[in-house]
Design a binder for this molecule. Structure first.
Ligand code: MTE
Length: 326
């Protein structure tokens, strides 16, 4: 059950534009006349658009960013409320209501290290990195391996830009991504669950990382990304199960060898490296044919590559021997 505690800066439901008709800045400004003046906060966003965004985020002035309409989803957006209060983030606990515990995550200062097979290893401040990147908004589906889904407006930049920035050597074939761990934030309650192989690791091939869909997320619903959704920097690969979309990243390591990811190490027979969405390949313990749409009573058919086959199917040609869908 979702327990919703009203915070001081949240306005009553009736005073704000419903998140389900969330508008980007241009459309918002056009419709601003119909929004009650009391619903505004500094920066011109409807108050609820910032309800879960970190208050202390020094990049807040960058949002909202223009939407890239090349990526559209035919379904309604999930409410901001649901996207920000129904989460998987095991560093804060192995249940869905981790959002309150995640508020303790210190997101500044925050650095990101690029190492391994790169021209020059370096560690950069997150604000320098974000401000160097071309930010845009993309509406993408999110399909969790647990057979639920959401549709979310993510802000961020193409991962290909990050790869360029890192300047990998020609010998690099994979990127290993790492979430904060005991070195950065030992107080995270989930890290005490010593049977998990912390820190959380994920990996992509360079070809996947430079595919146009691979997206580095810095914002959500036109505001900085909430801590519970992976502030200050996370991945979203919409054609793969959600566990590939690693949150709160501190390190990108370029390697020749395929990294072993967190879930692969725990249970490789159930959670593999590729983890591409396929309704015809069941999880060993449940079907992947349909998905529960969060915030509704609906179950809808799941699509191959989560509906993104036209963008990514070519990545896997000739790889039929691999367990591409698990
Ligand atoms: N990243 C880290 N570091 N820790 C996690 O537990 N959970 C993954 C992924 N990234 C996870 C993570 C899973 S299983 C999913 S479905 C998505 O985050 C959920 O993202 P959301 O909470 O923004 O919906």
């Amino acid at each position: 059950m979702l327990v919703k505690i009203k915070r001081g800066w949240e306005l009553p439901e009736s005073a704000v534009t419903p998140q389900s008709v969330y508008l980007n800045r241009r459309r918002f400004l056009q419709g601003a006349g119909s929004v009650a003046a009391g619903a505004m906060v500094a920066g011109g966003l409807p108050a609820r658009a910032r309800a879960y965004a970190p208050e202390d985020d020094p990049t807040a002035d960058l949002y909202p960013v223009d939407r890239n309409t090349r990526y559209t989803v035919e379904r309604p957006l999930t409410s901001y409320e649901d996207a920000a209060t129904y989460n998987n983030f095991y560093e804060f606990g192995s249940h869905k209501q981790i959002w309150r515990a995640a508020q303790d995550l210190p997101i500044r200062p925050w650095t990101v290290t690029f190492d391994g097979l790169v021209e020059e290893e370096r560690t950069v401040d997150i604000d320098t990195l974000i401000r160097a990147m071309p930010l845009e908004e993309r509406v993408y589906r999110l399909r969790c391996v647990e057979a639920w889904s959401m549709v979310i407006p993510w802000s961020g930049f193409p991962m290909a830009e990050l790869v360029n920035y890192a300047r990998p050597l020609g010998s690099a074939r994979y990127i290993r991504m790492q979430t904060f761990g005991a070195d950065e934030f030992p107080e995270a309650p989930g890290l005490r669950q010593f049977w998990y192989p912390w820190p959380y690791i994920e990996g992509l091939t360079i070809e996947e990382a430079t595919n146009e869909l691979a997206f580095m997320v810095t914002g959500l619903y036109g505001a900085p990304v909430p801590r519970q959704n992976g502030a200050p920097l996370r991945l979203h690969t919409p054609w793969k199960y959600g566990f590939k979309s690693v949150k709160s990243i501190v390190r990108f390591t370029f390697t020749e060898e395929r990294p072993v990811s967190f879930w692969e190490e725990i249970q490789g027979s159930e959670y593999g490296f590729w983890a591409n969405v396929n309704p015809e390949v069941p999880h060993p313990r449940w079907s992947q044919a349909t998905e529960r749409v969060i915030g509704t009573d609906e179950r809808i058919p799941t699509q191959l590559y989560n509906g993104y086959a036209e963008f990514v199917a070519g990545l896997y040609e000739g790889m039929e021997g691999e367990r591409l869908f698990m």
